[in-house]
Design a protein around this ligand. Structure first.
Ligand code: SAH
Length: 355
C-alpha cells in the first residue's frame, strides 16, 4: 500500500475512530488510546501502550502524520516562524507561528491555493488545487506543537488566515474546529480561534448556527461595493450590505464582536472620504477594525501606504468612534504574508524543472 492509499486517521472524530477500531476487530478502548496519541503528535511506533501487532497493522494501513515540516524560517526580528508544510500528495501549504505574551498563535492554511481571486493576494495566483482535510489542518497544529516541544510550549491560539477561503471548505473546517476542542485531544477553547472570510454570505449564516464560539473576521478592504469589486471578485456576488447583515446576525447569535480586516492600498481606499464612509456603515455595530498596510505582492502591482497614511486613517476612524488597531506586522523579514513562501517554492521548482 502506498502512503497516499493509507487511511488518514488524524481527521477522524472519536466516533469514526471507534468504528475503524471495531472494523479491525480490536477492543473498543484502543480507539481512545489512538485518538489521544494522534493529538499528542505521536507517530505510530511511539504509541507504546498498543500491542506490537496493532502498531504493525496501523503501520501498514494507516497514516497519522500526514503533514510534515518541509522548511522553516525564523524571523530575526521577533521569533516568528514561517513553516512550509509538506502534504503526502506532494503539495505544500504555509503556516505562521507568532509568539505573543499570552501564548503562541498558529496561522493555518485551509486550502492548497485559493479560488477567490483577490487581486492583492499571493495565495490565489495559481488558483485552488484542493481543499485540505480536517486531519491536515490539525496536522499543521501538531507539527507546530512538536516544534515548540523543546521550549515546553504549545499552540494556544489558532487563526484561519493562511492560504485558502475557510468557508469555501466548510465541512472539513467545521470538522477540524470540533476536533480542536476534543477533551481527549488538543482541547483548545474555540474562543481562541479566529476564522477569516472574504464574505461568503450564506456560509456566514450557516456558521452562526453551528454554535461554535469562534471569532469571525471579515476581509472587507473597502468602504463601498464599487471599490471592493476592483480587488475582490467575490464582491460581484455579495454586497457589503449583505455581508454586514450576516455579521449582525453572527453578533446576535454568538454574542461576539466581528473583526473587519481592511488592507490600505494606495490611491484606492485610504482617503478621508473612505474613512468617513466606512465609519458610517459600521456605526453602532459591535465590531473592531484591523488596519493592514498592504503587503506588496510583486506580481500584483498594487501599492502600499506610508506609516503616516495608516496613522491618519486610524485617527479618522477613532474620531468617528470606531474601535480600530493597526495589525502588527510580524515576520516581515521571512515573507510572513500569505502565500508568498509557497509561491517562491513553486517558482523555484518550476525553474529547476525547466533547466
Ligand atoms: N480567505 C480568507 C482568509 C485568508 S487571507 C479571507 O479572505 O479572509 C488573510 C487576510 O490577509 C485577509 O484579510 C486577506 O485579505 C489579507 N491579505 C491577503 N493578501 C494580502 C496582502 N498582500 N496585504 C495585506 N493583506 C493581505
Amino acid at each position: 500500500m502506498t502512503e497516499t492509499e493509507k487511511t488518514e486517521l488524524t481527521g477522524m472524530t472519536p466516533e469514526e475512530l471507534a468504528a475503524y477500531v471495531k472494523e479491525q476487530g480490536w477492543p473498543e478502548f484502543r480507539a481512545k488510546q489512538i485518538f489521544s496519541w494522534i493529538h499528542k503528535g505521536a507517530d505510530i511506533p511511539e504509541m507504546t501502550n498498543l500491542p506490537a501487532s496493532v502498531r504493525e497493522t496501523l503501520l501498514q494501513r494507516a497514516a497519522v502524520r500526514t503533514v510534515k515540516i518541509m522548511t522553516e524560517r525564523v524571523s530575526a526580528l521577533d521569533g516568528t516562524v514561517k513553516f512550509l508544510f509538506a502534504l503526502r500528495d506532494g503539495n505544500c501549504v504555509e503556516g505562521v507561528l507568532m509568539r505573543y505574551k499570552y501564548g503562541c498563535t498558529l496561522c493555518i492554511s485551509t486550502q492548497v491555493g485559493c479560488r477567490m481571486g483577490c487581486t492583492f493576494c499571493a495565495s490565489t495566483l495559481e488558483g485552488c488545487i484542493r481543499n485540505l482535510t480536517a486531519g491536515e489542518m490539525l496536522g499543521e497544529i501538531l507539527c507546530a506543537n512538536r516544534y515548540l516541544q523543546p521550549e515546553d510550549k504549545k499552540i494556544s491560539h489558532v487563526v484561519l488566515m493562511g492560504s485558502g477561503e475557510p468557508l469555501d471548505n466548510y465541512d472539513q473546517v467545521m470538522k477540524f474546529l470540533r476536533l480542536l476542542r476534543e477533551e481527549n485531544g488538543i482541547h483548545l477553547s474555540l474562543r481562541n480561534v479566529s476564522l477569516s472570510t472574504c464574505g461568503i454570505v450564506p456560509k456566514m449564516y450557516a456558521l452562526a448556527d453551528e454554535n461554535l464560539p469562534v471569532t469571525l473576521s471579515v476581509s472587507l478592504h473597502a468602504p463601498n461595493d464599487e471599490i471592493r469589486r476592483k480587488t475582490m471578485p467575490v464582491a460581484k456576488v455579495y454586497t457589503i450590505d449583505e455581508i454586514l447583515d450576516a455579521c449582525r446576525n453572527y453578533i446576535t447569535k454568538t454574542g461576539r464582536r466581528v473583526i473587519f480586516e481592511y488592507a490600505l492600498v494606495k490611491d484606492l481606499n485610504c482617503d478621508a472620504v473612505h474613512a468617513e464612509e466606512l465609519a458610517k456603515r459600521l456605526r453602532g455595530m459591535q465590531c473592531h477594525v484591523n488596519l493592514i498596510p498592504l503587503n506588496e505582492v510583486k506580481e500584483r502591482g498594487l501599492k502600499g501606504v506610508s506609516e503616516t497614511d495608516v496613522k491618519r486613517f486610524t485617527e479618522m476612524l477613532e474620531a468617528r468612534h470606531i474601535s480600530v488597531t493597526r495589525r502588527r506586522e510580524m515576520g516581515d523579514d521571512i515573507e510572513g504574508a500569505c502565500g508568498q513562501l509557497r509561491r517562491k517554492t513553486i517558482l523555484k521548482r518550476k525553474e529547476t524543472a525547466d533547466e
